[in-house]
Design a protein around this ligand. Structure first.
Ligand code: ADP
Ligand code: MG
Length: 705
């Protein structure tokens, strides 16, 4: 990352040169100059063009070399072949930051890719903070900088926005102008050759003009710095992001369930979750939340009160609160008594507080003041249906009045469109989010409350797990030398033991006699499994027989399994059978696994095992390292959690034992980067204990790269 001062120079430039400035209206090189002037820029602005002359009343500099040394910002908008020479000339005069508007680089591949590499090299060498290439530009409303070719200037505000898509920047700017929403900084990232989302997060975290950060990203290339910066920033101010454009690239043909199920979208969800980033799916939610977060305090608890002038919408709001993490506040006796003093007897004094269709602004105001004072209330929603008698604008004033003094988040939901238009604007201007329907209002309050909880949760605690790494590495090296990426059950058990993971007693039997001897030693009933380094899905070849109760059964199972496996997999080397302790009846099968993500590292997964994995896809994900809290959550986030908790008087499974296995797996993933994927399927668990009854590890062999 370039020097910090250079980022400051980018956002607060005192000298700006537009390379490729043009006098022809409509040309990008003209729009940028006009935008800088139109935004009220007060620093020194230099249009640069070899043709000289005058642009927008400013004398044109014909050569970059004639610009002042240590220029703060150069904006390059020239044909592609002139970009590198311009950048070199800017580096020559010690320019601190550069925006490359020009497109045709990495995004087109080929020559473009190499040119972009050249940009990166130059910036690395000279410490230049560079935005783009292939971007729309940047705005900082605090100092009248609009170094972009967008149409229009946003108002100053407390929302910062950065986006990987220039088109989305344009759309959002237009929307913001229509809604009167202001921005602190507005950044089009383009190809992110140098500056990326992590740099923006770091910078905006310290930007006093910014209260909320919005981002649109299509990919993250440096997972680790993203996680670090996002986490740091989210503890300070909310970061809300849209992530789109999930590509199939990198989704290699995966050999395990973990690999197949853990698509890159889940990885992003896990990454956002880990760092506290609020992820939304659409632009409308992005803005609803931006407005809510930028203007309202966070709710300090889940209790919502709804004040309404009509029953139906009140019930809709209550229903949608029920489905959320919010609760409808129970009002105190004192509050109810106070309400009874002035509300008509036919009003509803319980939450939702229905002050009836003939409510005027005064009744709204009195009610709001009373409920806002109730300590059981953490957030307030004011619902208004535009009946014939209601005083719409005056009610808006009442809402503003209460919101200003109560210190709790207040949300308005003025239903409809035309008749509430003016009131809505009044509310928005006063910083009170106003919605047309209750559901999105509830969602906004819920998200703010969740962020509040995240921000105030205890510091994550990590376990200190020390495995016998050397012992595990021995097995891994052996496979690497033999060029075998798959480590199947028997040998993989050695790795598990090195990390103290619970495995069923198992021995390898080369003959049916050895199998019987092993079974007697272990104690009946036992399980027999085909033992072959070439067969990793044993059941597929009829290679697993459970519940064998005596010598005769073991003997015949051995013959059966080995003969069938040899028939079905003629090329396979068959070592014999594993004889294994059988888990008691009634155990539940779960799957615990991890898959390595190129950007974000190992991602752990947990779900119901066996056939359910593929059918139900009921899996939850977390990025390593997992804290105790993460392990606690991951086993409870799946839909089938209730099954594990036990149905109809069944005892719950030993969750602590499962969490322990998950924590150890997280450690194993960090200790052994050679292991690309791991899958314990099944882990058999009951109320007493959990054991890893099957395991497969997949190595990342060097020559595969
Ligand atoms: P595969 O290679 O087919 O995945 P597994 O070792 O997972 O083979 O065995 C298949 C199934 O057999 C498991 O899902 C589980 O239902 C059962 N099973 C395997 N080992 C045991 C065991 N030790 N105790 C009880 N059941 C087992
Ligand atoms: Mg299995």
């Amino acid at each position: 990352m370039p020097a910090k001062d250079n980022l400051h120079a980018l956002f607060y430039p005192e000298t700006v040169a537009v390379i490729g400035a043009s006098s022809a209206p409509g040309k990008v090189g003209n729009t940028i100059v006009a935008n800088m002037i139109g935004a009220g820029y007060r620093g020194k602005l230099f249009p640069v063009n070899p043709k000289g002359g005058e642009i927008e009343g400013l004398a044109v500099v014909s050569d970059i070399a004639d610009l002042p040394r240590g220029l703060d910002l150069g904006v390059i908008s020239v044909p592609r072949q002139f970009v590198i020479p311009s950048l070199e000339a800017l580096a020559e005069i010690g320019a601190k930051s550069v925006i490359v508007i020009t497109a045709g680089f990495k995004e087109v591949g080929g020559e473009g890719y190499h040119l972009e590499q050249k940009i990166i090299e130059l910036c690395d060498k000279h410490g230049i903070a560079l935005l783009g290439p292939n971007c729309l530009g940047m705005m900082n409303t605090a100092v009248g900088v609009n170094a972009s070719f967008a149409a229009g200037h946003p108002n100053p505000g407390s929302i910062a926005f950065f986006s990987q898509s220039g088109a989305l920047c344009v759309a959002i700017l237009d929307w913001a102008l229509g809604e009167n929403v202001g921005f602190s900084k507005f950044v089009s990232l383009g190809n992110k050759a140098v500056l990326d989302e992590a740099d923006m997060l770091e910078y905006l975290n310290n930007d006093e003009d910014t209260r909320v950060i919005l981002g649109y990203i299509e990919n993250v290339e440096h997972g680790e710095s993203f996680l670090r910066q996002a986490r740091k920033t989210c503890l300070n101010k909310p970061v809300i992001m849209i992530k789109s454009g999930t590509t199939a690239a990198g989704a290699k043909a995966a050999s395990s369930h973990t690999g197949a199920i853990a698509g890159s979208d889940q990885t992003y969800t896990a990454a956002f979750h880990k760092s506290g980033v609020i992820r939304v799916g659409d632009v409308a939610s992005l803005f609803n939340l931006a407005q809510a977060f930028s203007s309202q305090p966070l709710p300090k608890g889940p209790n919502l009160v709804v004040v309404t002038n009509s029953g139906g919408p009140g019930i809709l709001a209550a229903d949608s609160a029920d489905r959320s993490h919010l609760t409808m506040a129970g009002l105190s006796q004192k509050t109810i008594q106070r309400l009874q003093e002035f509300l008509p007897s036919y009003a509803a004094f319980y939450n939702p507080v229905d002050i009836i269709g003939d409510a005027d602004a005064k009744r709204y105001r009195q009610t709001l003041d009373v409920v806002a004072e109730d300590p059981m209330v953490h957030s307030i929603m004011v619902l208004l249906t535009p009946t014939a008698t209601v005083e719409i604008e005056k009610t808006a004033e009442a809402v503003i009045h209460t919101a200003k003094k109560c210190g709790k988040p207040v949300f308005a939901c003025f239903m409809g469109k035309n008749r509430v238009r003016k009131a809505r604007l009044m509310l928005m201007e006063a910083g009170i989010p106003c919605y047309a329907f209750p559901e999105p209002a509830v969602r906004s309050i819920e998200t703010m409350y969740e962020y509040y909880l995240w921000k105030h949760r205890p510091e994550p605690k990590y376990a200190r797990i020390k495995g016998d790494k050397e012992r595990a590495l021995k097995v891994i090296r052996k496979h690497e030398q033999r060029n075998e990426p798959e480590i199947v059950e028997f040998e993989a058990q050695e790795v598990l033991k090195a990390y103290g993971l619970p495995t069923p007693q198992t021995s390898l039997a080369r003959s049916s006699d050895e199998a019987v001897a092993a079974a007697e030693e272990i104690g009946y009933p036992v399980v027999l499994k085909i033992a072959s380094p070439d067969i990793s899905h044993k059941s597929d070849v009829g290679g697993v027989k459970v519940n064998l109760n005596d010598a005769a059964e073991v003997m015949s199972a051995f013959k059966d399994i080995t003969a069938r496996a040899q028939r079905m997999r003629q090329e396979a080397y068959i070592a014999g059978c594993l004889v294994q302790e059988m888990a008691p009846p009634g155990v539940k099968e779960v799957i615990i696994g991890f898959k390595r993500d190129e950007q974000f590292g190992p991602m752990l997964m947990f779900g119901l095992g066996g056939i359910y994995v593929e059918i139900m896809k009921d899996i939850s994900f977390k990025l390593a390292p997992l804290s105790y809290q993460d392990a606690f959550e991951i086993v409870r986030e799946i839909k089938s959690y209730m099954l594990l908790k036990g149905l109809k008087g069944e005892e719950p499974v030993n969750f602590v034992a499962l969490e322990e296995i998950i924590m150890i797996m997280s450690q194993l993933a960090l200790d052994l980067p050679q292991v690309w994927e791991a899958e314990f399927n099944p882990v058999l668990v009951n109320h007493e204990r959990a054991i890893v009854a099957d395991v497969r590890l997949t190595l990342h062999l060097k020559d595969e790269q």
